[in-house]
Design a protein around this ligand. Structure first.
Ligand SMILES: *[C@@H]1O[C@H](CO)[C@@H](O)[C@H](O)[C@H]1NC(C)=O
Ligand SMILES: *[C@@H]1O[C@H](CO)[C@@H](O)[C@H](O)[C@H]1NC(C)=O
Length: 497
């Protein structure tokens, strides 16, 4: 955020919000293992809003503009399907059934009571995927109903577990249980925040969990990974994966890059084929142990796993590891996602940083979606079902995260002008004057679908974000200026598929 004299009054509020947010996350949140998914020409991504940058800035941080879409090569990819896929079972999701895959859930002892439970009746519900086709990995063992949670760090080298500071939380957590303290944040007497640092130990889980999954579920054609704050639209993912030969090495998901490794972003969910597993883990029964030091030296578990797979020639990407990927595995949650003309019609594969209420609603949408009748659930379908009905023409105390073009009293003489489409110069320059003027400027630009205005600042965008507001009783209404947001949904209605 650019600090000028005009928003000095916001800074105390922003700093306080950042601190509160920081405390909450440092205490509470296991690492996503996420990094900035840097965009390179030729990589296709539904959205390059980096989860990691959202982690390190305020929740209102501006999303990074999305790349220009390029020709989707997904249609060029090898359409092979194995003979085993054909005929034997009823056709579903392009031939791939939940019985054919292993759905791998990663959670942590400091987050499971807050995030995992909703998945047991949705993502991992036996009506959706047989119990034996899912597995839950954590940093402690536990039984919840018919679900067995596996301590995936059980075989980590004893010396590391006993003395490495990254494992403080692993060593400390059992004492909470032993002292009858509940790390649940349930708002019930006896609650405790638990030991800090769940996110540090989290990165050590990735390689061991993939090793364990492959050894214990050798029949799975795909290992489909998710975290406890991910939602995977499983029918769409099965349809997507069915286009690939699982006996070949495939490593698919959302593009991310760090420490010279291109890998699948963990929080967005990803898939590793059995072929890829055999080519890597299958060649080295000691892979998890061998990666302990590399893990200690690097930040993110998804990058560590990518490195391990790379070492055995398994590369990320849709065409034999070419780093290309289809839109759909999203490293952000739906209300921070920029819906655009070019991503609107692609099937929706995942959301990340989801809350329990999101999971409940997504699952309901997925469950009652008739694929035969309507085809795969697209971003557009999602928008029509769960976003559009809640958008008003104009909402006060709401930030819809429009940010592509900003006109303020400071730049009114030479404001940035849209690269695409036509706009009215006069209205554009006056956009900062009021909410009405801002709306008029947006209407005058034929590509604009949303705007927001506060004090003397008008922001407009050709992407549609839902954003978030302050409820009437929210204390922010006493500490911030009112921001007004508006959407031109009738323009989005024209983005047909
Ligand atoms: C740990 O090792 C034992 C013995 O080899 C094995 O049965 C178990 O599955 C391993 N656990 C994990 C999480 O890898
Ligand atoms: C889905 O739609 C098809 C075609 O209209 C119909 O035959 C089928 O019964 C529907 N399935 C469900 C579960 O409603």
């Amino acid at each position: 955020m650019i600090v000028t004299y005009r928003n000095n009054r916001f800074m105390p509020a922003v700093l306080i919000a950042c601190c509160l947010w920081g405390i909450y996350y440092l205490v509470d949140v296991p690492v996503d293992g996420t990094v900035l998914p840097a965009w390179k020409p030729g990589n296709y991504h539904s959205d390059v809003q980096p989860a990691a940058s959202a982690d390190s800035t305020s929740t209102w941080s501006s999303p990074i503009p999305t790349p220009t879409p390029q020709e989707n090569t997904a249609s060029n990819q090898d359409e092979e399907s194995t003979s085993a896929d054909k005929g034997a079972k009823p056709q579903s999701h392009g031939g791939l059934l939940p019985e054919d895959v292993l759905l791998v859930m990663k959670t942590g002892s400091t987050s499971m009571w807050k995030r995992l439970l909703v998945h047991l009746t949705t993502s991992l519900a036996p009506e959706r995927i047989p119990l034996e086709n899912s597995v839950i990995y954590s940093d402690g063992a536990m039984t919840i109903g018919s679900f067995q949670i596996i301590d995936v760090l059980a075989n980590t080298t004893a010396a590391i577990k006993e003395s490495h500071p990254d494992f403080d939380v692993y060593r400390q957590q059992p004492f909470y249980d032993q002292h009858n303290a509940y790390v649940e944040a349930a708002g019930v007497e006896g609650d405790n925040y638990g030991p800090p640092g769940g996110w540090i130990v989290d990165k050590y889980k990735f390689v061991p969990l993939m090793q364990h999954a492959g050894i214990n579920h050798p029949k799975a054609k795909w290992y489909i990974y998710m975290e406890d704050d991910t939602y995977l639209f499983l029918p769409n993912i099965l349809a997507y994966l069915s286009k690939y030969d699982h006996t070949q090495a495939h490593y698919l998901g959302s593009f991310a890059g760090k420490s010279d490794i291109i890998f699948a972003h963990g929080g967005a969910g990803f898939a590793v084929s059995r072929g890829a597993w055999e080519k890597s883990f299958g060649q080295n029964a000691n892979l998890a142990k061998e990666y302990e030091q590399y893990t200690a030296d690097h930040c993110c578990g998804d990058q560590v796993l990518g490195h391990a797979l790379n070492k055995y020639g398994v590369k990320f990407g849709e065409n034999n590891g070419d780093e290309k990927f289809t839109w759909g595995f999203n490293p952000v949650v739906h209300w921070r996602f920029g819906f655009e003309k070019w991503n609107f019609c692609s099937p929706l594969l995942s959301w990340h940083k989801v809350h329990n209420r999101d999971v409940a609603r997504y699952y309901d949408l997925e469950k009652y979606w008739n694929v035969t009748e309507k085809g795969p659930l697209t971003h557009r379908d999602f928008y029509l079902a769960l976003i559009k009905p809640d958008l008003e023409k104009r909402a006060e105390w709401w930030d819809n995260m429009a940010e592509a073009y900003q006109v303020s009293s400071g730049n009114k003489a030479w404001p940035p002008t849209p690269k695409n489409g036509k706009h009215d110069e006069e209205k554009w320059k006056a956009a900062w004057e009021s909410a009405d003027a801002c709306e008029e400027a947006c209407v005058s630009w034929d590509k604009c679908v949303q705007w927001n205005w506060v004090e003397d600042l008008c922001k407009m965008d050709e992407r549609l974000f839902m954003g978030q507001g302050y409820a009437p009783a929210a204390p922010e209404r006493k500490t911030a200026l009112k921001r007004t947001s508006g959407w031109l949904t009738e323009r989005v209605d024209e983005w047909t598929c």
